[in-house]
Design a binder for this molecule. Structure first.
Ligand SMILES: [Zn+2]
Length: 121
């Protein structure tokens, strides 16, 4: 029996709007609202700030749900051989690293597909 919705989108399995895969097989990163958020969708900023006379490199505007923030922190701490932590910022999680590593961090993020830019003085 041909159903009322034969041939319409309601009969097809729901597929990812980005990669076209059936949702169960889609590996696209998603934000808290369930929408696809790729690294290329995140215009992250890397700030260099001075605190108590010492430089701190801060990564802002990361989508916490769609990005592996703890994994990035771990990789950057190892790469830069410095201390760092994830803190709650005004607009979600921030990665803070001790020292001035802005240029290296921007390149690292670009390598992951983020359109990262340096910010601050
Ligand atoms: Zn997908």
């Amino acid at each position: 029996m041909s159903g009322l919705f034969a041939g319409t989108s309601l009969e097809r399995p729901v597929t990812c709007e980005r990669c076209g895969e059936v949702l169960a097989e889609c590996g696209c990163p998603r934000g808290a609202g369930g929408e696809v958020v790729l690294p290329s969708d995140q215009a992250v900023r890397v700030w260099r700030e001075k605190r108590r006379g010492k430089f701190v490199t801060v990564i802002r505007d990361l989508d916490e749900a769609a990005s592996d923030v703890p994994g990035m922190l771990k990789a950057l701490r190892k790469k830069l051989a410095t201390g760092g932590s994830v803190v709650a910022g005004k607009k979600g999680a921030e990665i803070q690293l001790q020292g001035d590593h802005r240029e290296v961090v921007v390149e690292y993020l670009k390598g992951l597909g983020y359109p990262a830019k340096g910010a601050g003085g």
